[in-house]
Design a binder for this molecule. Structure first.
Ligand SMILES: [Zn+2]
Length: 450
C-alpha cells in the first residue's frame, strides 16, 4: 500500500522550496543503480524510490500553482511560481533520463508485466517532447502561460456600480434585460480591447516559442508535438479531422435548431453574441441559495449517491481541498489537480451565482473522485487516465447529479436539465472550432495576431 503524508487542511500544508541540487544528486545516484541493476525486482524497487522523489517535488510545484492561482497578487507564491516555471523543464529532463533507461531495460517485458504497458507508451511519448537543447524555450513557454494567467486574473471591470472580474460579470452577461446584457458584454470585451497589444504579444510569442521547440525536436509543426504532449498514443490529427466532419454532419444541424428555438423563446428575430448566454425569457435557472447552501446540497447529494462519494466529499470539505468562490486577483476558470504526496486532489472554481456553479462543482468533483480513486497506483502516470479520458469521468459526474438536481434548482429543474443537455451538444461545434483554429495557427506560425 502506498503511504501518503498526513495533513490537517490544505492551508496548513507547509511549503518550502525543494532542494533541487539535492534532488539531482540523489536522482543520478539512483538512476545509475537502475541502469546497472541485474534483475527486474531490483529495478522495480528503484523505480518506486525514484517515483517517491519525483512525487515530493511535483507536489511542491502543485502547491505553488494552487496557491498562486488562488491569489495571483501574493508576492511569495508569484516568485515561487516563477521559480517552478524555470525548474520544471529541468526536472522533466531528469524524468526523461529515467524513461529512457526504462524503455531500454533488458527486463522490459517483466517490468511491463508489473507496471503495465501504458507506462511505457507514456515514457516513449515523453522523451519525444523535449531535449536539453529546448529547455530555455520551455522555460519561456511556462513564463508566458503564467503571464497570461496573471493578466486575466487582473481584470477589474467596473459595471453596475461594482468592480467585477471575468467570472463575476457572468450573471450580467445572461441578464433578462437585453440592454444590460449588451452593456455587460461590451464592458467585458473592453477589458480585452484595453489589453489587446499585450494579449497579441503573448499569443504571438507562445506560437513562435512552441513552433521553435517543435522544429528543434524534428517536428514539422507544433501540432505533432502537441498531440505527443497530450499523450495521444492511439489517434492522430487525421482522426480528429474526421471527428470534426462528424460533428459538422450530425451535431451542427441540432445546434442550429437549438439556437432557433432559443431565439423563438426569447422573442428575437436573430440571436447575437450577447443574446446567446440567455436561454429563457424568464431568466436562466440559478441555484436557489448562496455558495454555502450549494455546498450543503452537494454534501447531501453525495451522501446519497454512494458510500464512496459521501466519504470523499466530506474529506474534501474537512481538509479544505476546494476553493470555490471568485475573488479579485484569483485566476479564471476551474480545474482539479492532484497532490501526489498527500494522495488527495484539489478543486478550484469561480462561483458567480449562475447554474455554472453547479456544473463546475459536479464536473471537477468527477475529476477529483476519479484521481482520488486512482491514488493507490504506484506510478504517478496513472493518477489521471490522460486528458481526453479524464473528461469521461467529469462529464459523467455532471449527469450523475441529475436525480438530485431539483435540490439545487427547485422549480427550475426542467430549465436546468434542458440547458445542461443542450449545452453539452452546443459545446461540441464550439470545441472542434477552437481545436481546428489551433491546428491552423500552428500550421501557419508566421501569420501574426492581427
Ligand atoms: Zn474537465
Amino acid at each position: 500500500m502506498t503511504t501518503h503524508r498526513t495533513f490537517e487542511t490544505f492551508e496548513r500544508i507547509p511549503y518550502q522550496r525543494p532542494d533541487y541540487d539535492a534532488f539531482v544528486a540523489e536522482w543520478k545516484r539512483l538512476l545509475d543503480e537502475f541502469r546497472t541493476a541485474t534483475n527486474p525486482e531490483e529495478q522495480s524497487v528503484l523505480l518506486e524510490t525514484m517515483n517517491q522523489l519525483r512525487i515530493a517535488l511535483d507536489t511542491a510545484a502543485t502547491i505553488v500553482s494552487i496557491r498562486h492561482s488562488c491569489d495571483t497578487s501574493d508576492q511569495f507564491y508569484a516568485a515561487e511560481q516563477e521559480y517552478m516555471d524555470t525548474v520544471r523543464p529541468l526536472i522533466a529532463e531528469h524524468v526523461n533520463d529515467l524513461y529512457r533507461a526504462l524503455i531500454s531495460s533488458p527486463f522490459r517485458a517483466e517490468l511491463e508485466q508489473k507496471w503495465g504497458a501504458q507506462l511505457f507508451r507514456i515514457a516513449e511519448m515523453s522523451i519525444r517532447c523535449q531535449s536539453p537543447e529546448v529547455i530555455p524555450l520551455l522555460q519561456r513557454e511556462n513564463q508566458l502561460a503564467t503571464e497570461y494567467q496573471k493578466l486575466l486574473a487582473s481584470a477589474e471591470i467596473v459595471f453596475d456600480g461594482k468592480t467585477l472580474n471575468l467570472s463575476s460579470i457572468a450573471p450580467y452577461l445572461q441578464h433578462t434585460d437585453r440592454a444590460v446584457r449588451r452593456a455587460a458584454s461590451e464592458a467585458k470585451w473592453n477589458f480585452f480591447r484595453a489589453h489587446a497589444d499585450e494579449l497579441d504579444r503573448l499569443y504571438d510569442e507562445l506560437v513562435r516559442v512552441r513552433t521553435e521547440i517543435a522544429q528543434r525536436l524534428g517536428y514539422r509543426t507544433f501540432t505533432e508535438l502537441g498531440y505527443m504532449r497530450m499523450l495521444r498514443s492511439d489517434y492522430t490529427a487525421a482522426d480528429v479531422a474526421r471527428y470534426r466532419e462528424y460533428v459538422l454532419r450530425h451535431i451542427v444541424p441540432i445546434a442550429i435548431k437549438l439556437r432557433q428555438r432559443q431565439a423563438k423563446r426569447l422573442g428575437l428575430e436573430q440571436l447575437t453574441f450577447y443574446d446567446e448566454p440567455l436561454q429563457y425569457r424568464s431568466g436562466n435557472p440559478t441555484p436557489k441559495g448562496d455558495p454555502d447552501w450549494i455546498i450543503a446540497q452537494a454534501r447531501s447529494m453525495y451522501a446519497e449517491m454512494s458510500a464512496e462519494t459521501d466519504e470523499f466529499f466530506r474529506l474534501m470539505e474537512q481538509r479544505r481541498l476546494m476553493d470555490l468562490l471568485t475573488r479579485p486577483k484569483k485566476a479564471t476558470g476551474g480545474y482539479c489537480t492532484f497532490l501526489g504526496a498527500y494522495g488527495v486532489p484539489f478543486i478550484f472554481a469561480n462561483f458567480n451565482g449562475t447554474a455554472h456553479d453547479v456544473d463546475v462543482l459536479t464536473h471537477e468533483f468527477g475529476h477529483a473522485f476519479q484521481c482520488y480513486s486512482s491514488r493507490h497506483h504506484r506510478a504517478p502516470e496513472y493518477w489521471f487516465p490522460t486528458y481526453e479520458a479524464c473528461e469521461i469521468h467529469s462529464m459523467s459526474m455532471e449527469f450523475f447529479a441529475w436525480p438530485w438536481i431539483k435540490r439545487f434548482f427547485r422549480e427550475d429543474e426542467d430549465k436546468y436539465q434542458f440547458q445542461h443537455l443542450s449545452g453539452a451538444l452546443l459545446f461540441l461545434p464550439y470545441a472542434v472550432l477552437v481545436d481546428e483554429f489551433q491546428h491552423q495557427v500552428y500550421d501557419h506560425p508566421d501569420d501574426d495576431a492581427s
